[in-house]
Design a protein around this ligand. Structure first.
Ligand code: PMP
Length: 383
């Protein structure tokens, strides 16, 4: 326990909950875009069954496992067997269960840096030895991973957020997906393809998943970003031996997830025309917000920052070229009632001090422009 630290983001969220602060610090869907009416109707229907008020199978309500398997298999050459899907309490629990199954203390894991903080927390709790591979505009630098492997590193697993990375905003290119899968086969490590954002694309969908290239890939996703995080419905899709081990550990973790929210998720995910229309709405809305944020950053900061070319997801990543320290900027920004997450929160061993993450999903274009104006003011005052 002594080695564990609280997530800087979860701590920051308590500070930024004040209503007068424009927070770009979260990583949340807009509550106005959560399909509450559909969820309510579906929950009503589910509640008329006795299954929905009972414990369900540890691996998840089978009806949802079937729907998820269909979706995971869509666009891939081979169908996905529902018995290779385990429903979890958000995809975060999938990460945590996988760490229990796969990692002994001291085991080597590779993460992308800047890293998803929830993955860092899980791997630190597992007392793993964490190595970082940098990201560029095409996602994880697989040549750097290859160098590590050639130098003798033998990770048990490599964690990647393949689509619209949290926090970096970038997507792993098709070439590198194939490369990563080939390295996994050659060196015998597992890839955890952590993909909660893949459906939230603006121009067009991302390339086919890393999991389409190899059986050494365990895919994670959830309904948190497209329906509602409060349903706490996520999943992993993995080879049979991994699912069996995860199920055993999960028996001790929670017996089972919520059959009520799993039935709701199953109904909504299975309703193709409704889901397509809903996804079109959120893609359109978030796309407009991402563009508004990007334009405002370009107008206010010009060449002072390099910003992600955002094509989906929820985040833009800014890197200051003038040496601005993002943690110091945050203090000035909070005084001006705007908040973001400084890059150091996503570092494995320090670093990313000149960077910050902005979330564009929970504020409309006007508020985003106002937030960037306040940020520019804070920047001018702190440099
Ligand atoms: N993976 C990534 C990359 C995330 O950004 C998040 C949410 N912040 C999660 C997993 C976990 O999400 P959930 O447990 O709600 O599915």
């Amino acid at each position: 326990m002594r080695a564990l630290r609280s997530s800087a983001i979860r701590d920051l969220l308590t500070v930024t909950a004040r209503p007068d602060v424009i927070s770009l610090a979260g990583g949340l869907p807009d509550p106005e875009l959560v399909p509450r009416k559909r969820i309510r109707e579906s929950a009503d229907r589910a509640l008329s069954t006795s299954e929905s008020v009972q414990y369900t199978e540890t691996a998840g309500w089978f009806g949802l496992r079937e729907v998820v398997a269909d979706r995971e298999g869509a666009g891939r050459s081979a169908a996905v067997d529902p018995r290779r899907v385990v429903i979890t309490h958000g995809s975060q629990q999938a990460l945590s269960l996988l760490a229990q199954v796969l990692l002994d203390p001291g085991a080597t894991v590779v993460v992308e840096e800047p890293a998803y903080t929830g993955a860092l927390q899980v791997f630190r709790t597992a007392e793993a030895r964490i190595l970082a591979v940098p990201l560029d505009a095409d996602g994880m630098c697989t040549d750097r991973l290859e160098e590590m492997l050639a130098a003798g590193e033998r990770p048990v697993l490599v964690h990647t957020v393949s689509n619209f990375h949290n926090p970096r905003g970038v997507t792993l290119s098709a070439d590198r997906r194939g490369r990563l899968a080939a390295l996994a086969e050659r060196y015998g490590f597992w890839v955890i393809e952590d993909d909660p954002y893949g459906e939230i694309w603006f121009g067009g969908p991302p390339p086919e998943p890393v999991a389409a290239h190899s059986d050494r890939v365990i895919r994670l996703s959830s309904v948190s970003k497209i329906l509602a995080p409060s349903l706490r419905v996520g999943w992993l899709c993995a080879p049979a031996e991994i699912c069996a081990a995860v199920e055993l550990v999960k028996q001790g973790a929670d017996l089972c997830g919520s059959s009520l929210t799993q039935q709701v998720a199953a109904e909504l995910l299975a309703d193709g025309p409704w889901l397509a229309a809903h996804l079109t709405t959120i893609r359109g809305e978030y796309g407009v917000r991402a563009a508004a944020l990007g334009d405002a950053v370009a107008a206010r900061f010009g060449d002072t920052v390099a910003a992600t070319d955002v094509r989906g997801g929820m985040f833009s990543w800014l890197e200051f070229r003038d040496g601005t320290d993002a943690a110091a900027l945050l203090a000035a920004a909070v005084e001006r009632k705007v908040a973001f997450v400084p890059g150091s929160a996503f570092a494995v061993d320090g670093g990313h001090r000149h960077c910050l993450r902005l979330c564009f999903t929970t504020n409309g274009p006007d508020l985003l422009r106002e937030a960037v104006a306040r940020l520019a003011d804070a920047h001018a005052a702190s440099t």
